[in-house]
Design a binder for this molecule. Structure first.
Ligand code: PMV
Length: 313
């Protein structure tokens, strides 16, 4: 039997823009996906026992099997080897929290252990990236990087195929956040393709928006390192506006963002692929976190209370 684990994540700055080489900031959260893997003689079966948004597993099932197939190829495993794979853990299957990447990392680690293969984190990250392609088409790699390494990271995709830039950011102390789920399952692959198509159709407008996203990420990195949380929140609000402009927000996400800001969050934005999925709000201090979480729950949305910037969460 092999076991493995992968971190969930929130993208603080730069989702979608990172796919095109703009830098972004991501943090692992203290929720994980775990996998237990056993070799079987018949066919590969997946038992997904995660708490999910309605319809999540069904929607993702095909992509999940393709993802496992891709990872086995990347690991050089004989394609005739079949496994029983059980997925669980505290990370819910809400779109936007990197659940696909967290489970890919967990599965890759568990398979390696079951087969007695030694796999470094770097190699695990590469294998999980192959798996992510089934879910995201042309992923940036930010999700699997956070799922593999944990912590708070600066990330820039290498657009010429070389290694991505990954820098660990150390902040004074972890920051409380809340994650609000719209309950709507989103298709990251379709969202990523949509942005690429609109960018191709309107290069001038998108060029400007992408430049702004890059500048914003640089300012956000400085503000985080100086622990200027008011500024971080303001920049998150700006980031949400840019994401609205590239067409990846959703009425429910805008609603959640509005409730969070009205209740004192320092900043709020959609996180991940958008089009449903999740939003995040910066709510330092347990009292503020509670206030914002309860206001959102009162409107019927599910909330995850967590923290960013926890070292090796
Ligand atoms: O929705 P998620 O958790 O799969 O996050 C997707 C993040 C994107 O930036 C939209 C895609 C990517 O590969 O970076």
């Amino acid at each position: 039997m092999g076991e493995g684990s992968g971190f969930g994540k929130v993208i603080l700055f730069g989702e979608h823009f990172v796919v095109h080489g703009i830098p972004g900031i991501v943090s692992a959260i203290d929720s994980t996906n775990e996998a237990i893997v056993k070799r079987t003689g018949t066919e590969t079966v997946v038992r997904d026992e995660r708490k999910t948004a309605k319809g999540y597993s069904q929607e993702k099932q095909k992509q999940q099997l393709e993802s496992i197939d891709r990872m086995l190829k990347a690991m050089g495993v004989d394609p005739k080897t079949t496994f029983e794979i059980q997925i669980g853990g505290t990370l819910p299957g809400f779109s936007g929290l990197g659940a696909s990447a967290a489970s890919s990392v967990a599965i890759a680690r568990a398979i390696a252990q079951e087969l007695g293969m030694k796999m470094s984190d770097e190699r695990t990250n590469d294998v999980a990236y192959e798996g992510e392609k089934a879910y995201a088409g042309t992923p940036s790699g930010i999700d699997n990087t956070a799922a593999t390494f944990g912590g708070l990271l600066w990330f820039k995709k290498n657009m010429t195929g070389g290694p991505n830039l990954i820098e660990r950011l150390r902040i004074s102390e972890p920051i409380d956040i809340i994650i609000g789920s719209t309950g709507i399952v989103a298709n990251t692959k379709a969202m990523v393709e949509g942005v690429a198509n609109r960018k191709r159709g309107n290069p001038e407008k998108y060029g400007l928006l992408f430049d702004q996203a890059g500048e914003l990420a640089i300012l956000a990195k400085k503000a985080l390192l100086r622990f200027e949380l008011g500024e971080v929140g303001r920049l998150m609000n700006e980031n949400h506006r840019l994401l609205q402009e590239i067409g990846v927000s959703h009425d429910a996400l805008d609603d959640l963002v509005k409730i969070a800001r009205k209740n004192g969050a320092y900043g709020a934005k959609l996180t991940g692929g958008g089009g449903g999925g999740c939003m995040m709000a910066l709510t330092p201090g347990r009292d503020l976190q509670k206030k914002v979480a309860e206001a959102i729950e009162k409107k019927g949305y599910e909330v995850l209370r967590t923290r960013i910037g926890v070292e090796k969460t």
